[in-house]
Design a protein around this ligand. Structure first.
Ligand code: SF4
Ligand code: SF4
Length: 495
């Protein structure tokens, strides 16, 4: 460090400062085959299929409503997830799901390191897809590097143009697919190409297109290393018992190149005085973040296991035991270096805490969902006038009553007043004598708003106001709820 920041006195006597910024090296990951790579492809295909196809999945929600299985309908303030319909009041469900996802991520990280980063994070998935396209167009690592270092030729230009065109097309498809989670997908697609979609739709499609193109095509591993906060605090979830991709230094060192052992069959290598690592750098060349796993646990490592596949291939070629790079715990490696064996411990204080928190969280969420009310009542007292004294001496208060009918059928609701002696109500915009209760119709999956006038005797509010309850009952389902409000009056001796 001291060496890095020390100023340098040049020959001419001028003081120059060494650059504190090092431009990132371009990473050219080599293609590799093996179980980790196959699993990574499988996760990639699954994630992309779900992302691109989900908005097109239809789900019958009845006439006049969008038949889309997953839809965040912001104008109508609804979130549809297959059979589940969430209202703004149900926001706690989304908050609960997010908290559970975070705790789940903590649990997975404490068990198996950054597997989320290595396999399922959107940045990883799209970067992997873009790299695959790059390899198809520009060739694998060596060919690509050679061409990049060479002169500008027609072949180099057309390859770059094709690659960026495909990248941009995928980014555009990705941006458009994101918008489809907020609108009816078929309608939006048609309107988009006819130039009839909302301006915001075009703006956000462009925004997400640009973001995907830049992050997956250009920024790549820089996002994981410098932009994402997760690597910084994931270290607090790891311990000596977490399963991570590890180079077995006790077995591989001293590393070194070697020759084929003429005395052994099938091209086996001479190993005299050397460990299993033949220093071929295959593990480094396939690494999407460009690091050398042999340097130990590093922040940049996303636990993807591609170096495991690459090294296994080399071990097979050199007739040495596989899994020189493997998934193991630091405790396991320490024990193996000493000739011992320690089993993997699933149950540890931190994993038990995370698993316990998840279990409790899931139970609370499921209970809350199962007992979720299908009606909701909100009552707002008029701000002015607070009350009106009528000619017959009675007091009148005005309220705005909102009834949410979350069921899929139109319903009639009975609204009753409790806590006001001889209290009565009537709708402000309808004629008729005041009654102790009102029958109010509300359409399916809708909110009914009513202006309600309540009447009471002046001696009923001794201190100027008293608590009253509005009780609401769905006449079809019998479900009931109540809302506590106030009835204002002049009070004893008031006028
Ligand atoms: S070191 Fe290995 S596991 Fe880590 S990111 Fe590189 S290839 Fe993946
Ligand atoms: S791939 Fe295996 S043998 Fe080759 S350098 Fe890496 S650890 Fe050593």
């Amino acid at each position: 460090m001291e060496k890095m920041v020390r100023t340098v006195v040049a020959d001419e006597g001028k003081v120059s400062h060494p650059a504190l910024f090092a431009a990132p090296l371009t990473v050219y990951p080599k293609a590799v085959n093996g179980p980790a790579r196959m699993f990574k492809w499988a996760v990639l295909v699954l994630c992309l299929a779900v992302y691109y196809l989900l908005p097109w999945l239809r789900w019958d929600r009845g006439p006049g409503r969008v038949s889309q299985a997953v839809l965040l309908d912001l104008p109508h303030r609804r979130f549809y997830l297959f059979n589940l319909e969430l209202w703004p009041q149900d926001i706690y469900v989304l908050a609960g799901v997010l908290i559970l996802s975070a705790v789940g991520l903590f649990l997975v990280t404490s068990l198996a390191g950054r597997v989320w980063c290595g396999y399922a994070c959107p940045q990883t998935v799209w970067t992997d897809l873009f790299m695959w396209i790059e390899r198809r167009v520009e060739g694998d690592r060596n060919e690509h590097m050679r061409r990049d270092k060479g002169p500008l030729t027609a072949g180099k230009v057309w390859r770059k143009v094709i690659k960026h065109t495909i990248w941009f097309a995928i980014a555009f498809w990705t941006g458009g697919a994101f918008i489809m989670y907020f609108v009816d997908a078929p309608t939006f697609t048609l309107q988009f190409w006819l130039g009839q979609a909302a301006t915001e739709a075009y703006v956000f499609t462009f925004l997400f297109t640009a973001t995907t193109y830049l992050l997956a095509g250009w920024a790549r591993e820089q996002v994981c290393t410098f932009m994402c906060p997760w690597p910084r605090f994931q270290a607090s979830m790891l311990d000596e018992q977490s399963l991570i991709v590890t180079y077995q230094g006790w077995r591989g060192e001293p590393r070194g190149h070697r020759k084929v052992d003429a005395g052994k069959p099938n091209g086996a290598v001479a190993t005299a005085g050397l460990g299993n690592c033949i220093d071929c750098l295959a593990c480094v060349h396939v690494c999407p973040t460009g690091i050398d796993i042999r340097d130990g646990v590093q922040l940049e490592c996303i636990n993807c296991g591609l170096c495991v596949d690459a090294c296994n291939e080399m071990m097979v070629k050199t007739h040495q035991p596989k899994w020189l790079i493997t998934w193991d715990t630091l405790a396991g490696q320490k024990a193996k270096a000493e000739g011992r064996h320690v089993p993997f411990r699933f149950f540890r204080p931190r994993t038990l805490i995370y698993a316990g928190a998840m279990t409790v969280g899931i139970a609370v969420l499921v209970t809350a969902m199962a007992t979720r009310a299908q009606i909701d009542l909100a009552v707002q007292h008029d701000r002015a006038p607070l009350f009106v004294k009528l000619r017959d001496g009675s007091i009148r208060n005005g309220y705005t009553v909102k009834i949410s009918n979350k069921t899929q059928a139109a319903a009639e609701f009975v609204l009753a007043l409790r806590g006001l002696d001889a209290g009565a109500m009537e709708l402000a915009d309808r004629s008729g004598a005041p009654a102790s209760s009102l029958v109010l119709p509300v359409d399916a999956d809708n909110i009914g708003t009513f202006r309600v006038l309540a009447f009471g005797r002046p001696d009923a509010a001794a201190d100027g106001s008293q608590k009253i309850d509005f009780v609401l009952r769905n006449t079809t389902t019998g479900e009931q709820t109540r809302y506590t409000s106030v009835f204002m009056g002049p009070g004893a001796g008031g006028s």
